[in-house]
Design a protein around this ligand. Sequence first.
Ligand SMILES: C[S@@+](CC[C@H](N)C(=O)[O-])C[C@H]1O[C@@H](n2cnc3c(N)ncnc32)[C@H](O)[C@@H]1O
Length: 235
Amino acid sequence: MQPLYEREELAAITGGPLRPGGLELTGKLLHHSGLAPGATVLDLGCGSGFSLELLIRVYRLVAVGIDPSPLLLAQAGRRAPQATLLQATAQALPCIDGSFAGVVCECVLSLTGDVHLVIREMHRVLRSGGVLLLSDVYAHEKGRFSTSPRATSCVNSTVTLAMMTQALRAADFELLHFWECTDILKQLAGQIIFDYGSLGAFWNVILGQATGQCTHDCTRTGVKLGYYALVAQKR
Ligand SMILES: C[S@@+](CC[C@H](N)C(=O)[O-])C[C@H]1O[C@@H](n2cnc3c(N)ncnc32)[C@H](O)[C@@H]1O
């Protein structure tokens, strides 16, 4: 089944970027990044290219976008034609060591299934002193969601904040800024309920049938979700 982030319904709810927080959250991260115009930045899991366009047009950065989805890369190419685009996954970046001043990674880490490996890869491709701009879903308790293979979304392999910050430390990143952003997740859920009547009704549209049970219903798993944004620096 087509992943949630490739579905038009998600972009219609968020107004573009395929995640909570929109370009406002990207702008906040960039504001605290210290990245100067002309710096080379990787948008890892760039999706349909909304952040790439912002990086290039507003912040005057040189941007590279990587994503495994040919569909989303094609959209990114139309939205940000000046960006260099590569089809690859975060687990094995086709980039030489130390090639970027910044890595932007928005709502992607939780899809990869291996936080330690991906954070090490991001560390590898950053130059010394380079910055990682990260935002994602987190779980309040350790545990994985028992999601349907028919519905891939950012809650698939969500980790706790402790697991994520431990992976940052293990890779030798220094945490510079951290923001608790769970309110934007609540806003997105509210928007979905406003548009569809309930979260279950939305998932039934995405899953293509009235299943009567929602595999992403957090109350069923007992795992509460949150959202964070952070800036970390490669030592
Ligand atoms: C929730 S969307 C976010 C897209 C974009 N960052 C944005 O803010 O609009 C998740 C993105 O991660 C990409 N993705 C999924 N698995 C990935 C992986 N293993 N490595 C890199 N990107 C991945 C998807 O194709 C999708 O574009």
